[in-house]
Design a protein around this ligand. Structure first.
Ligand code: CO8
Length: 372
C-alpha cells in the first residue's frame, strides 16, 4: 500500500456578488408582485400572502453576508428569480467543465503538475448539468489527462467522499495522481422565491490534487485517514430527475428545486457529525488537542461553532476553525475545501487538521491531514 497526499488546491470564485441587502430588496419586490397578482385569493383565504425577507434575519440565522453567483441579474430580477445562463453548443465546453478548468489550473500549478500528469479525474458535485457523458470525462479531455474519469454526487459531502475515493485509489496503486473538482452551481437549483432558503447558497468551484506520497518536494498535506458515513433522510431533498416526463409532471413545482426542513437538519446532523468526528479521531489515535485546525462544511455559523466546541471540548481560538460562509454562503461540497485552501498554508510542518463536510443524504465525510 502507498500513502497519499494533497499537493494542490484551487478555488474559482465567480466575480458577481449578491449582498443580503440586494437579495432582500429583490425578494421583497417579487413577494409584493406575487401578492398583488394573487390579491383576490389571499383575501378569500385560499392562499397565504408571501411575507417579506429580512437581511438581519439572514445574518443572525446563518452568518451569511453575501454570495458569489454566475449570474446576478437573473437572480435579482423580481419577475424571474433564477440565473440566466446561455445554452451552449455540444462542441463548446460545458459550464461545469469551464469552472473546473479554472480551479484545476490553480491546483495543478500549486502541485507543480500539468493535466498530462493526472490519471484520474473526479467531478464531484451536488448536481450535474447533464446526464451523460460524464462532465469528468470532458474535463479529462480538456486538460489532457490520461487514465479515466467519472462523476460523483453525494450532495454537500461530494468533495470529501471524492477525496476518500481518490485516496483509496492512490493507496492501492490503481492511480498515481488524481484531480478532484467540485463545480457547484447552487444558484441554478436554489428556490430564490422561498424566503426560508433564498439566502443559503452561492456558486463556486474547488479543485484538489491528490498524489502518491513519494518524492514530493513541495509543501503538502499527508492524508492520514478518511472516513465516510451516510444515513437516509428526506429532510434535504430535490425531486427533479429524468422520470419527470414519465410522471406528466413538467410544471414548475416547488420540489423541483432544493427543499429542506432546516430546523430538523440542524438538530439531527449536529450529533451525527460530532459523533462521526469523535469516532474518526479515536480510530486513528488522534487526540482533539492534536488538531491545529478544523475546516468544516460551510452551511451555518452556529452549527460550526457548536461542532468546534464539541470536537475540541472548548471554544475554538480565532483562526482555529475558519469560516468562509460569510463571503461565499453555503457552496455545498466546495465549502470545506475553500476553507482548507484559503486557511492552511500557514500551518507548521507536523501540524494536524481535519476537513469535514455534512449535508443531504444525510452524509458526513472527514479527512485527517498533516502538514509536511
Ligand atoms: N427573513 C425573515 N424571516 C424569515 C426568513 C427570512 N428570510 N426565513 C424564515 N424566516 C422566519 C420563519 O418563517 C420563522 O418564523 P416563525 O417562527 O414565525 O415560524 C422564523 O423566521 C425562524 O425560521 P427557521 O426556523 O427556518 O430559522 P432557523 O433559525 O432554523 O434558521 C436555517 C434557518 C439558517 C436554514 C437553519 O435552520 C439552518 O442552517 N439549518 C441547517 C441547514 C443545513 O445545514 N442544511 C444543509 C443543506 S445543504 C446540502 O446538504 C447540500 C444540498 C445540495 C445543494 C443545493 C443547492 C441549491
Amino acid at each position: 500500500m502507498h500513502s497519499a497526499a494533497i499537493t494542490g488546491t484551487g478555488v474559482l470564485t465567480p466575480s458577481e456578488v449578491i449582498t443580503n441587502d440586494e437579495l432582500v430588496v429583490a425578494f421583497n419586490a417579487y413577494a409584493d408582485l406575487w401578492n398583488a397578482e394573487n390579491a383576490a385569493a389571499i383575501a378569500a383565504g385560499e392562499v397565504e400572502a408571501k411575507p417579506h425577507s429580512a437581511a438581519e434575519f439572514i445574518v443572525n440565522a446563518s452568518g451569511i453576508e453575501r454570495r458569489h453567483v454566475l449570474d446576478k441579474e437573473g437572480v435579482l430580477d423580481p419577475k424571474r428569480m433564477f440565473p440566466r445562463l446561455a445554452a451552449r453548443a455540444d462542441d463548446d465546453p460545458s459550464i461545469m467543465a469551464e469552472m473546473a478548468l479554472k480551479a484545476a489550473e490553480i491546483a495543478l500549478a500549486e502541485a507543480g503538475l500539468t493535466g498530462a500528469d493526472i490519471d484520474l479525474v473526479l467531478c464531484a458535485a451536488s448536481n450535474h448539468e447533464r446526464a451523460y457523458p460524464a462532465i469528468a470525462v470532458e474535463i479529462q479531455s480538456l486538460i489532457g489527462a490520461g487514465g479515466f474519469a467519472y462523476d460523483m454526487n453525494v450532495a454537500c459531502s461530494s468533495a470529501t467522499f471524492g477525496i476518500q475515493t481518490a485516496v483509496q485509489m492512490v493507496k492501492t496503486g490503481a492511480v498515481r495522481r488524481a484531480l478532484l473538482v467540485n463545480p457547484e452551481i447552487c444558484s441554478a437549483h436554489l428556490e430564490w422565491r422561498d424566503r426560508d432558503c433564498h439566502f443559503i447558497f452561492g456558486d463556486v468551484c474547488t479543485a484538489v490534487v491528490i498524489e502518491r506520497d513519494e518524492g514530493l518536494t513541495r509543501p503538502h498535506f499527508k492524508v492520514i485517514s478518511t472516513r465516510c458515513a451516510t444515513q437516509f433522510s428526506n429532510n434535504i431533498r430535490n425531486n427533479n430527475g429524468f422520470l419527470r416526463r414519465t410522471h406528466d409532471q413538467m410544471e414548475d413545482r416547488r420540489d423541483m428545486q432544493f427543499m429542506q426542513n432546516g430546523r430538523k437538519v440542524f438538530k439531527e446532523v449536529l450529533p451525527l457529525v460530532s459523533q462521526h468526528i469523535a469516532d474518526h479521531l479515536t480510530e486513528e489515535g488522534v487526540q482533539a488537542a492534536d488538531l491545529s485546525r478544523l475546516w468544516l462544511h460551510q452551511a451555518n455559523k452556529t452549527m460550526n461553532d457548536y461542532i468546534g466546541r464539541k470536537v475540541l471540548r472548548r471554544d475554538p481560538e480565532p483562526g482555529e476553525q475558519p469560516n468562509i460562509l460569510q463571503d461565499y454562503a453555503n457552496t455545498s461540497s466546495a465549502g470545506s475545501i475553500i476553507a482548507f485552501s484559503q486557511h492552511s498554508a500557514d500551518l507548521a510542518p507536523g501540524a494536524k487538521g481535519l476537513i469535514c463536510s455534512f449535508g443531504a443524504g444525510y452524509s458526513v465525510g472527514s479527512v485527517i491531514v498533516q502538514r509536511a
